[in-house]
Write a protein that binds this ligand. Structure first.
Ligand SMILES: [Zn+2]
Length: 425
């Protein structure tokens, strides 16, 4: 195993599970300051006297456990809370943390800055993989999922998007509080808040968008086929796993689009009025099944997220009048053959988690499995995968086992060569 847990900055904490997060936030555009209360439902695994949460550079003012003031320390990105009397195994308690400050993203060695970040006029949260503690106290482990309620108060004129469906919009003075409920379990890195002066666009029932006004026209053209994309993916991958799907287009340019649960975020540079980035629209939508609903138990299996999302680009292409998946696979293989062959995508080093070779080779792996099994077995297998592990987590071994049940062809040599050896098969 070459994936070093140290690269995850020590995020994630043993001894308990969080089943629900209730986050009440107020954000001021003039200062960038966040004032927040987080209420977490914490369930002890074994008897527990201290709850350790991940939280970055924000200032904690008060902590309550079960409604009573608790003792705590906050240093090195860890908020350590004394439970008071020891919490018995499997019992639950509410932990409330009040905090404030101007959030800054988490700096990482390999992935740049992740988490809460200010836009020219608003906020973007893109936490993959370790950015969640930049804005709320959490158990920042990829495999830990919980339900969420997120309420955000902003001055009038700003639109807020967060995970789940909108549960309320209440005006008070010159502020509006936007409340969202996410009843489907979610990893902390997929929790998001998007704030900006956006225009609301309805694309189809259950599909909405918040778009920077300068890109409205181009957006309507570039995303016009997203409803067809949704229908295709439902046909191929099974029911859409969440209540709704939202898209954000920021006024700022972004290096890459990013996925959150039920929401994808694109930069102004990804909307050109020519559908020049339509493959990315497909990629991000596919993450709702692969990565968000079927989540990872560990980051070393990241190819499961990116391989499926990249393969979905090819499936959309062949079903929407573009090149067939086999042609795109052949082209990707030719390109990969010209790249350094030192990456084992089934166990990548942390620095290569988001390497394009992992994406392309992941897609090629799935195309090779499809070719070996035939479409009549491959697509039912995909639907069983998204059904069995819906709102849960899965591993590469789980996929290998499931795929093998759908064919008499021995898939072990194929998976070994594509996932666990560096040279291109
Ligand atoms: Zn992706």
């Amino acid at each position: 195993m070459v994936f070093r847990e140290a690269d995850l900055l020590g995020h994630g904490n043993p001894g308990y599970h969080i089943t629900h997060y209730d986050l009440a936030l107020a954000w001021r555009p003039s200062t960038g300051r966040l004032t927040a209360t987080a209420r977490l439902v914490v369930t002890a695994v074994d008897a527990l006297s201290t709850v350790v949460l991940d939280l970055g550079g924000l200032t904690v003012s008060k902590v309550l456990v079960g409604g009573q003031p608790a003792r705590w320390t906050h240093r090195g990105g860890k908020l350590r809370i004394r439970v008071g009397r020891t919490l018995a195994a499997e019992s639950a308690i509410e932990v409330e943390v009040r905090y404030a400050g101007r959030p800054v993203p988490v700096r990482t060695r390999h992935w740049g800055e992740v988490g809460w970040d200010e836009l020219t006029d608003g906020v973007i949260v893109a936490s993959q993989p370790v950015g969640a503690p930049s804005w709320f106290p959490c158990d920042d482990a990829v495999g830990e999922k919980a339900t969420y309620r997120i309420a955000v108060s902003v001055p009038d004129g700003y639109t807020v998007l967060a995970n789940g469906s909108r549960a309320g919009k209440a005006r008070s003075g010159r502020e509006t509080t936007w409340t969202f409920d996410e009843p489907a379990p979610m990893s902390a890195y997929l929790a998001t808040v998007q704030i900006g002066q956006y225009a609301d666009v309805a694309l189809a029932p259950g599909q909405h968008a918040a778009v920077t006004r300068s890109k409205l026209r181009a957006f309507r053209h570039d995303f016009a086929r997203q409803p067809q994309m949704m229908s295709l993916f439902v046909e191929l991958f099974g029911p859409y796993p969440f209540e709704s799907y939202g898209v954000v287009v920021t006024e700022d340019e972004l290096e890459v689009p990013v996925e959150a649960q039920g929401i994808s975020i694109f930069g102004a540079n990804h909307v050109d009025g020519k559908r020049g980035f339509e493959r990315l629209v497909a990629h991000e939508l596919a993450h709702q099944w692969f990565g968000n609903s079927v989540g990872l138990a560990a980051w070393r299996d990241i190819w499961l997220n990116e391989g499926f999302a990249a393969y979905a680009e090819w499936l959309w292409s062949e079903r929407s009048g573009g090149p067939r998946a086999s042609a795109l696979a052949a082209e990707a293989r030719r390109r990969l053959a010209g790249e350094p062959q030192d990456l084992v995508i089934g166990d990548p080093p942390a620095k290569d988690m988001f390497d394009d070779r992992l994406y392309k080779r992941g897609a090629l792996t799935l195309h090779t499995v499809r070719t070996a099994m035939g479409d009549a077995a491959f697509f039912p297998m995909l639907r069983e995968w998204t059904g069995t592990y819906r709102h849960a987590t899965a591993t590469t071994a789980d996929l290998q086992k499931l795929a093998q049940r759908h064919t008499d062809t021995d898939l072990a040599p194929l998976f070994d060569a594509w996932l666990f050896a560096a040279p291109l098969p």
